[in-house]
Every structure is written in structure tokens, then in C-alpha cells.
Design a protein around this ligand. Sequence first.
Ligand code: ARG
Ligand code: GLU
Length: 722
Amino acid sequence: MLKNIIKASGLCIILVLCKLIAYADEGMWLPQLLQSLNEKEMKKLGMKINAADIYNINKGSLKDAIVNLGGCTAEVISDKGLLLTNHHCGFDKIQNHSSLQNNYIRDGFWAKNFSEELTNPGLTATFIINIEDVTEAIIKNLIPGISERDRQSIVDKNIAEIRKTKTRESYQDVIIRPFFEGNKYYLFITETYKDIRLVGAPPSSIGNFGKDTDNWMWPRHTGDFSLFRIYAGKDNKPAPHSKDNIPYKPKRSLNISLDGVKEGDFTMVFGFPGRTFEYLHSAAVRQIMKILDPAKIAIREKALHILNDAMRKDEQIKIQYASKYAGIENAYKKWIGEVQGLKGKDVISKKKRYEAEFQRRIMANTAWNNKYGNLLTELEAAYTVNDSFALARDYYNEIISKIELFTAADKLNLLVNTYENNGEQAYLKQKIEVKSAIDSFYNEFNTSLDQRVFEALMEMYLQDQNEKYISPVVQKMLLQNERDYKKLSSAVYSKSIFANPASANKIFDMPPQEAVKAIKNDPGMQLLTELQKSYAGSVTSVLTGQQATISSLQRMYMQAQMEVFPEKKFYPDANSTLRVTYGTVKGYQPRDAVKYNYYTYLDGVLEKYKPGDYEFDVPQKLIDLYKKKDFGRYGVNGKQPVCFIGSNHTTGGNSGSPALDAYGNLVGLNFDRVWEGTMSDISYDPDICRNIMVDIRYVVFIIDKFANAQNIVSELQFVKKK
Ligand code: ARG
Ligand code: GLU
């Protein structure tokens, strides 16, 4: 009834308009535009510093303490290049240094001096030196109406040209990225350090406390942090790993405040958010929510079930698969939350109301109508024809990437391609790299476990998909094996050289020609090739064109939204570039009668404690500290704070980002979002979207009281207590 009255009275339009003005909490803002777009609002929310203290290219600013650390964010917190990031960001590296004897995942790791810090080949830390708008130079010679492919090739040429001619120091790099769906281009001068060493990590029972049960959940009690250090050449510039490198002397390192935060306090998060999709058409949201997410969830559920079963029974498998399992589970659980949130907040209707207002404004303006009159209809049609192809793509990608026999085959296939395209010399060079990749692959591989995954997922591939996307050869193979997936898997695994490291390694002893033949004739390789061929023929061949159409329509839609809603402040979707997001410390109410407080304490860790449990065990030392209330200067009123939440708009990639207070001091470390709010990648809702941060007092409490790593504590810079 009330709904009808509101609709009839036109109030609906007013409500839509209110939603159009971006909420203070929503947005991942460009640091170089804070002054013009956000500073006023940030100050209104309580910020005490200026935009120029956050981003400044002429003198030191907070941005000089922030790095991209292999896809996560990390920050410099000492004048000796000490880096703070999440435990789950360092997990893979901690795992690489772990064995059954030195189990750093289980027991933690603390270097007592520089010489004990552990090297991590391949791990890099990238600083952003400068950001420039280069849109004009990139789009200058684009001719209206050209195909998406031609457009891209002109853009690529322009990017290459600018990268070549841009003046920079020899140790700097130039990156150019599209923003606002290709309506803007920004250039980044970067400096990448390549010698990054592991300094410290708490045991998993602290750093990953609650594991998958608590992942994406609030209330949370995880001390999700680890410490690394940047090493530089003698001149403090980036240098390849060397014993002679020295701890990096930063332009800026963050100061730590032990004052804590209270509800309503200003906070900002500074880091490298990965990807968001805030400006999609409602048809795209429908596709994600009703088709793609549910399919991916179902596939991962099968795989996770099989892996979990094996990991719980076997400590060796648990170590081998811990990192992979966490990765598969992480997105799986996020998608479940995303679908629930999109449904619960009825984002499709919200988008449709927005589109109705968009269309109303377009129709009222002839120039707009000529340009954009059919845009929404075309977008809707483009997504509708794309539905089944997008599903086939996700099915293919999800399934192929979970079957590790294919991963091995793919790695060895590199040798075949190299031999056939570039000859024997190139092959011999390539062989060294492939051998090392294969060695580390088999360190984390269990044949019978993979075989079980194969059986379950090939069944999904063959049973759950539209016939036209399934390879007929694979269908025939199934028939030959009496429609029995176990038989199908033995037919492949009993003969494939990739099924175990010994037979796979024989490849490297063969003369090139023979090795190439053996790889090509392998039943695992042949099956993969067949799947790839049928995917290319029935899916990619159509999908590429569809995606080009969608990209060009979405680009125009983005441009149109910015023209048609001049009262709205737009921020570009996340694209792994440096952003600032800000909001306040805030609890939330996810469901009727449920209200979440914004803080958790060590008491909650003990409430969740299950002795010996795989997820909720607690180290004895931590229990002792709790019992003695030995919190030192990190506790308040006899309690030890652990985590808190806020309304900062974050996403994957923001892991490890600093949470800063009104003065730019470090008060927390971002590591997650609440489950109800994971829809914020597609539609931010101020009621339920919250980021989760570990309180910096818990981090330092663990380093100091739990690990007694005084060498690390003495490096930290604390601001005076207020
Ligand atoms: N959900 C967080 C993120 O997206 C943390 C993931 C790591 N933790 C885990 N239990 N898998 O990355
Ligand atoms: N844990 C995420 C990451 O690794 C951050 C959580 C999120 O997606 O917001 O970046």
C-alpha cells in the first residue's frame, strides 16, 4: 500500500535521486583528485590532515609508505623498510619456507635479526611515484565508429609510444591504465623493489584464526598480519636479490597510534583495490546473480568438499593443499554472500529505477536522445544473448583450473610450443624454467586426490551443460568407459605421465624430439587439447565478439551516466591502481533484531576456542597472556581489542591496506569484508557494507607480548598517547 502511494506521488523519483548522490562511505577515489573531489567531505567526517598530506608529488606524503605487494597492499612502518601486510597475503611465502620440521604455518616465524630474514624469489613491492592524466594523448587519433578491435590496437600503440618516450629514471617503470571503462587514461610512474624478505608471522592459529568458518564473517577475531622487509641496493634503489643488499630507507613510513578508535571516528584505507563493477546495467547484475555466481558456487562446492575431506585425514595433504584450498574457498564464500546481498537489497530493482531515471533525462534532451536513446535497450540485448556463452566460459574456466593434471599438462605443453615454433635451442633454454615450475608443482600435488576432483568435475562438465558446449570427443570417451567417471579417470590417470612426478620428470631426460612426442601423445594432454579445441570452437569464437560489443556499450553508458547525472560524484571502478576510500567506524544491522557491535576483544577468541581444532585452536601462550591480563600498553580497561569494522568501501587487493585515523596514523590493518556486504563489488549499500580491520594494538601486542620480538618492536614509531 505504502509502496503504491509513494510510486503514485512521484516520491520514487526523489528517492532515486537521493541514492544517486554517492554516500560518503561509497567510493574508491583517485589520490591525485582528493583535493578537488573529496577533501571537504573528508574533513566534515573528521579528517584533520589535508589531501596534500595524503598524496603529493613534490614532497613526502602518505602515499610514499604504500606498496603493491604481489597483488595485495602493504605499508612501510619503520625507517628500515619494514612492511606490514596480512598473514593471508604472506601465506604462500610462509608456506614455501615451511616443512614438517620447520612448520612456520603452524608455529609462526620471527627473525631475530636481519640475517635470519628469509628471501622470497618473485615477490616484489611497487611504489607509486607520480600519477598523470594522459587521456588526450591516448585517444587523440581514435576515429568515431571504428571497431572495438581497431580501437584497442590504436590505444595499445599510443600507450607503447608514451611508455617509450616518457622521461623517467632508469630504475622506474611506466604503467598506463584505462579508467571509467576507457573514458579516461592515467599514467603511473612506479618503482619496484625485488628483494623482499620475510621478517615475521604469527602462527596460523592467530594469523588465520577461525579459518574458513570465520572468513568473510563478523564478529571476527583474526590477527591477520605478517611482516616483510624491502631490501635495496647500496644506493637505496631497486636491485635484484643479493647478500649485499641493505634494508631500504623509505621516503616515508607510517606512525602507529595506540589510542584506538571509537564508533563514528573517521578512518581511511589506502591501497590497491582489484576489481569492482559499480556501473553495470541491471541485465548484467541479473546475469551474475542468477546464472554465473550460482554455477561457480556449485562447482567449487564439489571441489572443496573433496579437498577438505582429504586434508582433514592427512597432515601432508593439509600442508600441500592449504593455500590452494583457501584460495578456492575464499571466492566461493564471497559469491554466496554476494548473491544473498544482491537479492536481499533487491539491487536489480534499484538499478532499474536508476535506469528509468536515466532514460527519462535522456528523452528530455534531444542531443542526448540522439546519442544515447537506445543505449539501455542495446545493453540489455547484449547481455541477454551473452548469458549462455558467459556461463559456458565460467564452467570451462572453473573446471579446467581445478583439475591439476591439466595444470601440469599445460606447463609441459610450453615445451612443445617452444620446440615447434622456435626450435631446439629455445627448447633447451625453456626446459630449465619448466623443470623448476614442474618441481614446485609436484611438491603440492596428490594424484589420487586430483583424480577424485577430476571425476566430480568432469561429471559436471558433461552432465550440467548445454550439449552444444561439450566436446563430442569427450562425450564419446565417456561412452567408451560405460558412462562411469571412475573408469574415465583411470583410463586417463593410469596412462598419463603427468599423474606422478617420477614419470613427468622423465620428460626432461629425453632428447627434445622424443619429449615433444611423449607430451603430445599423453592421454591427459590429448584430453586437455580436445577440451581447449571444443571450447575455442563453440564458445570463444562467439564470446570475443559479444565482449567487444559489451565493452563498447558499457564505455558509452559510463560516459552517458557522467553527463546525465552531473550532481553525482563518480569514482572509477577498481582496477588494481592506488585508491583512497574513507568512512567511519561503524557497527551494522544485517537482519531483523540482529545488531553487530563494531569491536571485538580477546575474550571473543577464548569464547571461540576449541582445543586441538583445525580452525579454532588457540596457542597456550596466548591463553596465558589472556588469563594474566598481560596486555601491557595495548589493552583498554582490562580488555585486549582485536578487530573493528567501518564503512570504508574496499575489495580484494585492499588486503594489507593500512587503516588510518583522522591524523593519518596507523590504527588498523584491513583484511576482509563482512559477508552480508560482499555485494559492494557490484553495488555498495551503506547499511550492510563494512570492511574488517585488525586493530594495530592487537598486531603489536602479538609481536611484543606473544612473540617477544623486541627487535621488531624497537623499530616501530609510536605517536604520543592522547
Ligand atoms: N576474505 C579475505 C580475502 O578476500 C581473506 C581470505 C584469506 N582467509 C581465508 N580463510 N581464506 O582475501
Ligand atoms: N581479503 C581480501 C583481499 O585479499 C580483502 C577483502 C575484500 O575483498 O574486501 O584483498
